[in-house]
Ligand binder design. Sequence first.
Ligand SMILES: C[S@@+](CC[C@H](N)C(=O)[O-])C[C@H]1O[C@@H](n2cnc3c(N)ncnc32)[C@H](O)[C@@H]1O
Length: 420
Amino acid sequence: MVPVKVGEKFDYEAVNIDSDWNDSNDSELIMHTIHSYPAKFPAFIAWKAFEYAQNEGVKIKNVSDIFCGCGTVALEAKIHGYDFWGCDINPVATLIARTKSNTYNVDEILYYYERIKIKIENLDFPDDLYLRANARLQYWYYEKSYCVLYKLHYAIVCEIPEGKYREAFECIFSSILKACSKWLTKSIKPQVDPNKKEIDVLGQFDMHLHKFIKAVEEIKVANANTIIKCTNFLNEENLPKVDLIITSPPYVTSYEYADLHQLSSLWLGYADDYRTLRRGSIGSVYNSDAFFMDMKNLNNTGKNICEQLINIGMPMSKVKSVARYYVDMQNAVEKCYGMLRDGGMVFFVVGDTEYKNVKIQNSRHLVEVLEKNKFHDIKIGKRTISKRICIPYRDETGKFSKDKSKRKVYHEEFIISGRL
Ligand SMILES: C[S@@+](CC[C@H](N)C(=O)[O-])C[C@H]1O[C@@H](n2cnc3c(N)ncnc32)[C@H](O)[C@@H]1O
């Protein structure tokens, strides 16, 4: 990590890859892999941040991740014995995060699983079950898979009382929904694969449940208090005081998380229309109604980037979303300042991207926001992103590609720290 200050002269591209943050020889807990999550960062980022902060003299008791996603920092905080407060606006994210950081009794999991299997065998649903399904779910599923999933979910809800065990089973259920659908495997964008074969739904569930049991058995219980809320951080008023914030915001102009989680949101009843879950999410094009005010509130870097994007003809709906993204980030950093105890530290993991040769420098924008909020000792390090994302282009369908004529996506990202 090297010191960084606002100013045109600092060349972010010239920052060297920091071997400390780039990789780890230690393998991740199985619990981190029970449910896939877009833009999840590797667990070692969290434990390296703990180590780094401690070496800098931060006394860690409480940790936070304000965009907690699937709870990578939450779980690592728990096993290191730190209390944790985190939030995410997406209910699928917080379901996974809570499941990962709860503790369970394996016998109880197996007991519920037996009851679910018996229930499914005895369920008899009307023949028109599929015809009455939500139109979006009909679009994504073959009839047979849909009916088995329906029975499975029905049995989970009937047999397990509300609470952490039901949530864990719903989380495992959610983890198989894409594989059991027509969703094009490994595609970032929601896209049907017309050639995808139906798979054995109950076999998938069984496999994932046993992986979850292994994950539970692997974790040595730590005594720490974990709170995970499903809320818009920017509107949250009851914020705790913490010593350390480790977080990674969504990338500007990246995907809509609500769209990527649409299967889980529909099945688990978080929304009848998953598009309603886009609102409030940082960087969503659906938030951009106050463009002129946003432009007025932007810092120099933010304004500069938006003006360049307008000049090269980026569609206005997108420019508005970039402007809103930067204003949201400015507000988020200000709130982080309010959460930190004296001497506390923040870590932001962000990547830069590019649109038709205009550099969208989230790193530079963030450093300027940290400085404005009186953070000191601001440092920056660079790391390469996981192997798949190292293929730094995306084709028209959203699939990663090596073709240089396609749209470039970030394949490196920055870790930016600041001190109160
Ligand atoms: C890059 S991901 C975080 C991934 C996380 N570090 C992990 O390992 O899973 C960014 C997250 O920010 C969440 N988010 C976006 N806008 C938000 C908001 N206004 N309040 C809270 N969370 C938000 C998204 O739902 C997404 O899960």
